[in-house]
Design a protein around this ligand. Structure first.
Ligand code: NAD
Length: 277
């Protein structure tokens, strides 16, 4: 992982007064995960942040980092596939901070490798976490956003929603493709409520997750996997979690007030080329 030195997110108050809920804002292990960086970046930009994760200790670690930056956050345990749990996360956010303006759906899971080996149960688990969860969280958040006079819903998608990215990842790519369409349809439906909805279509990023869950599929040692992923990217190497977090801050802020229903691709040029991995 790149060191903390790469933490270079806006501190100009572009999210002053905003309350954000980030779902999946912990990290699986050491190193910066995308949701974690997003929660930190929102807080550094002035927002008060509810850090939601199924792993409360991981959420607490993100909160401790935010507080060390002199910003405000609280942690809550949330299982994004449970309607009750997600509703609790939204009401905890409103109780703690008085409103909810930005919902960021960041959880994404998958099963790489031979797609024919994915069981119905595994497919259901992936679909629930990547897709049903978007609906549950948005459903809970929209009344709060209406009360606030508007809001922003962001979903972390993947370029696996557009392309085969070098390894088999079927249920993941298919549910991420649906994520993009979820954002577009929601953007149109809730535009009259001044709610913007956008997808961050993320390319190959170096997070703890790739070393935890994808290594086996690459079938190589860690260094070889990193070399292979870097070689796929015109800009020369994988992005890091901060590359995604900076884009999220922009889309969450009023600077993006006329941007809704888009897929913002953050991939170092990868989806613009046919080079293989
Ligand atoms: N790492 C990449 O290269 C990459 C590329 C494209 C897109 N993405 C997307 O970025 C997002 C974040 O990826 P990451 O690698 O930083 O995340 P990650 O896999 O490290 O997960 C972040 C957090 O989500 C939590 N989580 C998982 N399932 C949950 C559930 N059911 N309920 C609540 N919390 C849950 C985990 O506990 C973890 O702390 C995902 O949507 C992923 O699909 C990642």
């Amino acid at each position: 992982m790149r060191p903390v030195g790469s933490l270079n997110t806006p501190t100009d108050g572009c999210l002053d007064g905003r309350v954000c809920l980030v779902l999946g804002a912990g990290a699986l292990s050491k190193g910066w995960a995308i949701g974690q960086a997003i929660a930190i970046a929102y807080a550094r930009a002035g927002a008060r942040v509810m850090v939601g994760d199924q792993n409360l200790e991981a959420a607490n670690a993100t909160v401790r980092f935010i507080q060390s930056q002199g910003a405000q956050a609280q942690a809550c345990e949330v299982e994004v596939t449970s309607e009750v749990s997600v509703q609790n996360a939204v009401s905890n956010t409103v109780s703690a901070f008085g409103a909810l303006h930005v919902l960021h759906n960041n959880v994404g899971i998958g099963k790489s490798g031979d797609s024919a080996q994915t069981t119905a149960l595994e497919w259901q688990r992936i679909s629930d976490a990547n897709l049903l969860a978007l609906h549950l969280a948005s459903q809970a958040a929209i009344p709060c956003m209406r009360k606030a006079g508007g809001g922003v819903i962001l979903c972390t998608s993947s370029i696996a929603s557009h392309r085969y990215v070098g390894i088999p990842h079927l249920a993941y790519g298919v549910t991420k493709a649906a994520t993009n369409q979820f954002c577009k349809m929601m953007a149109v439906e809730y535009a009259p409520d001044n709610i913007r909805v956008n997808a961050l279509v993320v390319g190959l990023v170096d997070t703890p997750r790739i070393r935890n869950t994808l290594m086996g599929t690459y079938g190589q040692d860690e260094e070889a996997m990193v070399r292979r992923r870097n070689a796929q990217i015109p800009l020369g190497e994988m992005g890091d979690a901060w590359d995604v977090a900076n884009a999220a801050v922009f889309l969450a802020s009023d600077r993006a007030r006329f941007i809704s229903g888009i897929e913002l691709v953050i991939d170092g040029g990868m989806s613009a080329t046919v080079r293989g991995g």
